[in-house]
Ligand binder design. Structure first.
Ligand SMILES: [Zn+2]
Ligand SMILES: [Zn+2]
Length: 418
């Protein structure tokens, strides 16, 4: 019979990669805790409308990449392609704007995008997401960058760059839009079909185009950063000042626009040359209008997401070795009766005990213990039982000695070694 395999772009995660995922999560939780974030778990499945309204209907995500389907009741549902939309929905649904001066929340989980699978990019991928609601001050923008720095340093990620930009507010974007349309109108013949459509609906999106020729056209275009309104310029200046306060160097990349419509003012990306063509593994920014656009009161917002798969590619393998491995080899039916008491004593003492469920000959069990790279083997047969002892063999130096047969006492001595 043909074996059933995972869907294209979906996969199993285990072994060293999963160890890295867990390490990333634990380092993240340490710093998110220190900086006052509280973790939430949100649904993977939401109404399609949530993403269309928040992410924007002209974005690549909404136009091409969502896992959307109609359920039996006829509702259009979507597997979340990113976390912010759900976080905003939850913030509004739980009424946090009314009860909290400001809200710092984080979440960890899978996201889904129907992209062409490629190295390090999957249709199911994992993100760590951070959002702050109700803080317009640029100090929090810098604090998030500081948090990222602490996490990456502790994980031992060596080479990365933090790029920042400001994409302005409605005021500066409206005037810039006119400048931009005027520029691209005279170069229409050099734009791809997608970009011609973007020119009609959302010319800023043209900067996201991966088409070589479009990239060349945008290369000489005027930049939003150079026509920021006074308020946005001041905000960016304060942001930079706070970054200096934290002692963090960033690069200003005036061409950085995030692929989502909702961003305002500060946007940032953390990139690494070790990741190939798609260099970014952390990205985020401010979205001061989104909460209001989603039906809430005017509330500033800012957040970022870490691509866990991509970050894991940059995290060095752990040098930490786990505790010593112990094995119990039982020979004969009487000895097998000791397996459960020894297992209970080991678990209570926090020692991992391995053993063969089908305990056959001593030779076979020793070979198995060797395969499992066990450091110590407890050997129990009729001889030992007669003497009231259990043999402890050190697999490294091959030395042997006897421990009392009483599981608690034996495990206590073993614990001193393991
Ligand atoms: Zn502005
Ligand atoms: Zn294009």
């Amino acid at each position: 019979m043909e074996k059933i395999r995972t869907l294209r772009g979906f996969r199993d995660i285990f072994g060293e990669e999963l160890d890295k995922f867990r390490r990333i999560e634990s380092v993240f939780r340490k710093y998110s805790g220190l900086l006052g974030f509280r973790e939430v778990e949100l649904p993977v499945l939401e109404k399609t409308e949530l993403f269309v309204r928040s992410i924007g209907d002209t974005t690549d995500i909404v136009e091409k990449e969502m896992f959307t389907f109609t359920d039996v009741g006829g509702d259009s549902l979507t597997m979340r392609p990113e976390a912010t939309a759900g976080m905003v929905r939850s913030y509004l649904q739980e009424g946090l704007y009314a009860t909290e001066r400001m809200t710092k929340v984080s979440s960890i989980g899978p996201m889904f995008r129907h992209e062409r699978p490629q190295k390090g990019r999957y249709r199911e991928f994992h993100q760590i997401d951070v959002e702050v609601f109700g803080v317009k001050e640029a100090l929090v923008d810098a604090e998030l960058i500081f948090m990222i720095r602490m996490i990456l340093d502790e994980l031992g990620v060596g080479r990365y760059r933090i790029e920042v930009n400001s994409v302005g507010c409605k005021t500066c974007r409206e005037s810039f839009r006119r400048v931009l349309i005027a520029y691209f109108e005279t170069r229409k013949d050099q734009l791809c079909e997608d970009c011609l459509r973007r020119l009609e609906r959302n010319p800023l999106r043209i900067f996201d185009c991966k088409n070589e020729q479009c990239i060349r056209v945008t290369g000489d275009s005027p930049l939003l950063f150079d026509s920021l309104c006074g308020e946005c310029r001041d905000h960016f200046g304060l942001f930079q000042g706070h970054l200096r306060g934290f002692g963090i160097d960033v690069e200003i990349n005036k061409r950085l626009v995030r692929g989502l419509d909702y961003y305002t003012k500060t946007v940032f990306e953390v990139t690494s040359d070790d990741l190939g063509a798609q260099k970014a593994f952390i990205a985020g920014g401010r979205y001061d209008n989104l909460v209001e656009e989603m039906g809430g009161p005017a509330t500033a917002g800012i957040g970022f997401a870490i691509g866990v798969e991509r970050l894991a590619m940059l995290v060095p393998s752990s040098v930490e070795k786990d505790g010593k491995r112990c094995f119990l080899a039982c020979v004969g039916d009487r000895a097998k009766g000791y397996l459960v008491p020894f297992l209970k004593a080991c678990v209570a003492a926090g020692i991992t005990l391995k053993y063969a469920y089908d305990a056959k000959s001593l030779k076979a069990q020793m070979r198995y213990a060797d395969n499992l790279k066990c450091d110590f083997v407890l050997i129990l047969g009729d001889d030992e039982i007669g003497k009231g002892v259990i043999t402890l063999r050190n697999m490294t130096d091959k030395s042997q000695r006897e421990l009392p047969l009483d599981p608690k006492k034996a495990v206590e001595e073993l614990g001193a070694l393991a």
